[in-house]
Design a protein around this ligand. Structure first.
Ligand SMILES: [Zn+2]
Length: 203
């Protein structure tokens, strides 16, 4: 499995291209179709996973569905945020037709193309936050950063939910954490990160 990091158009949000055997999964959609195509080569996109519905991560998802003919996977709690530009923090991005979306509920596992994807509901930064695990790699969106965690002062952010999500993530094994912004981090680094921020949040 190969993972490419592509920097998106807004707030330097990360997009990841996860590749295996000629297939590719996209994590988040902040980068234009052209940027994706440049990195993709001759591989086939089999799906796009959204870590949450904020504009910097969701802005090009409909373009991906149209250009690559793939489904968009998002938390069931993402619908109301995708529908309303004030809730997704954009000027005018609003999804009206959800036919290309597959809504995910709670925790679970699914097969997309040749990829086995585990997903974990991790509300706190946003009610629609999901972390995905593919192989030994965790895609943490704006829940975990290399040195920090996501903001909990946005629409339907929730500190108590963030605490529960961090406790959940603390029990998940992985090798590398790929965050929604900034650089990758290791399992050991995230173990320390989670401990520190649990102490902050519990005050
Ligand atoms: Zn966000």
């Amino acid at each position: 499995m190969k993972i490419q990091q592509i920097i998106g158009d807004f707030l330097d949000a990360n997009v990841f291209l996860v590749e295996k055997d000629g297939q590719a999964l996209i994590v988040d959609s902040g980068a234009s179709v052209d940027k994706i195509k440049e990195a993709l080569g001759d591989k086939k996109i089999v799906g796009a996973l959204l870590t949450h519905a904020h504009y910097d991560h969701a802005c090009h998802c409909l373009d991906y569905a149209k250009d690559f003919g793939c489904k968009i996977y998002v938390s069931e709690h993402g619908k109301e945020i995708l529908q309303d530009h004030e809730k997704n923090y954009s000027e005018d991005f609003e999804v009206k037709n959800f036919s290309v979306f597959q809504f995910l509920k709670g925790d679970g596992a699914m097969r997309i193309g040749d990829f086995e994807v585990q997903y974990f509901a991790t509300p706190g930064h946003s009610p629609c936050a999901i972390c995905y695990k593919i192989g030994d790699d965790l895609f943490a969106g704006d829940t975990l950063f290399s040195n920090s965690i996501g903001r909990t002062d946005l629409y339907k952010s929730d500190k108590k939910e963030m605490i529960a999500s961090l406790e959940k993530l603390d029990k998940i094994e992985f090798k590398t954490c790929h965050s929604g912004h900034g650089e990758d981090s290791t399992f050991d680094r995230q173990k320390r990160n989670i401990k520190v921020f649990l102490r902050f949040l519990q005050r």
